[in-house]
Design a protein around this ligand. Sequence first.
Ligand code: ADP
Ligand code: MG
Length: 519
Amino acid sequence: MSTNPNFGVWRPMAENVEFNALESNSNAVMAVADTVRTTLGPKGLDKLLIDQAMNRHVSNDGVTILLSLKAIHPVARMIVEIAERQEQMVGDGTTTAVVMSAEMIKEGKRLIKELGVHPTKVAEGIENGVRLACQLLEKEAKHISTNDIELEQVVRTSLASKLDGERLANLVISALRTVGENARYNGEYDFNKSIMVLRKTSTEDQVVNGIVLERNRMDPELPVEVKNAKILIAKLDLKPVKESWIKENNKYQEILLMENDRIAKSKEIVDVMLSTGANTILIASPEVDQAVEDILVARRVFAARISIDEIEHLSRYTGAKPVRVIEDLKRSDILGTAEHIQEDEDNDIIYLEGGRGKNMVTLMVSGTTKETSLERWRAAIDGVNAAEAALNKGVVPGGGAAELHVIDKVKGLRLKGLEQVGLEVVASALESIMRQILANAGFNGLEKVMAAKASPPSYGIDINTGEAIDMWKTGIIDPLLVKTMALRASGEIAKSVLRIDRNLAAEDLSQQALSESKR
Ligand code: ADP
Ligand code: MG
């Protein structure tokens, strides 16, 4: 037992069992990886998730499935974190990252246990192998622009495994084409700023050239539509007299005075706002006095509440500058414009089209149930993310072909001593993606991988016929970033898991405090 000054007493997690952390950690990782590996690729199967309230939900998405697993082994949780990180950094390729991580840990464990290679040597090999593999993939990558056919292909490949992927891909591609080069900020594409993906069960799939707010106008008496909207985005304090002041005073006369003051001030604010020439007011103020709302309604000005998060998009799209203080209302550049604003009352949404600012597209994804719309929404976002990654860093042959064809070069790297063996770990991971995609398609993965290896670079296997095909020519391509991120993350996690030789758990701290107080 060892003492750690920061955490108290640590003890082995399984004291009575013959202690074997590597074995148990690796088994835990495999168990978690097994829950998602069969979803990889277009022939991957879906999982039925059942939550504690017995709600059913079908998913093919790596992160979603992993996050639904409760109470898992702490080391296996690292795998879930890898998937989450991949999701955050690239937004696609989560299953790829998990499959590669598991493969590295499995192969690393074999080298350590069967061949007696020291974990630090294996770790060194992994580090060098991953670095070289990433460099080779970067060299292989093809750079593309928004007009290239590859942009469509990368979206189709990314959505090939998703429910209704074909239709979703068309939707995403149409959104990408509409935004086009306008999504470029300082040289990099950033679709977060130009494509909004909205989930709506009640409507049809559609691509709206503009912004869609899931909101209603402030009052049903207001007009449902505005043409040539002059838009004011208000972040002003629209509660001129605070209620607490009124409550503190109990004299009737004083309350009356304050009430009158409140109404007068509210009127004044509305007048100043309208004196700017605005005919549409979007309000993001934290507090809005009922009197302000009433006066706006009385003046028949189109007004709607918006959230702080929506300000950024609306401001970029309409050119409006959010107004924070009354004095700003005097400035001439604060109003934004939109050719058309309209509320769809049946679906509780407001469309804004023809803004004078930056281009903005809203992708509305439907679904017959909440669950399918959620799964389709996630998939659409995956598609947009894959496109962004592809435009920024380039594309490589898909189906695991790019990874497969760098293996020989990785193995050819000359390292000193046993570190060389660590390269095997990376080689296995590079092979695992194609093997898994093919196994999921019902082939003998290993046999087909051999056939692909013997074919020219960029060749992989057709998942329907089992024949070797050129992935570039067939248009099965992946963003480079999905591959390099997954490889780097897998290398990191494999190195740390393989170097753990004992799992220790902190003893109950209250117990410890008790024994100390007795002393
Ligand atoms: P991930 O969560 O890793 O993105 P997916 O289930 O989306 O997992 O599968 C992505 C993998 O499927 C990529 O390697 C991609 O190249 C591959 N893929 C997509 N379409 C095909 C196809 N027609 N043939 C072979 N591989 C494909
Ligand atoms: Mg994917």
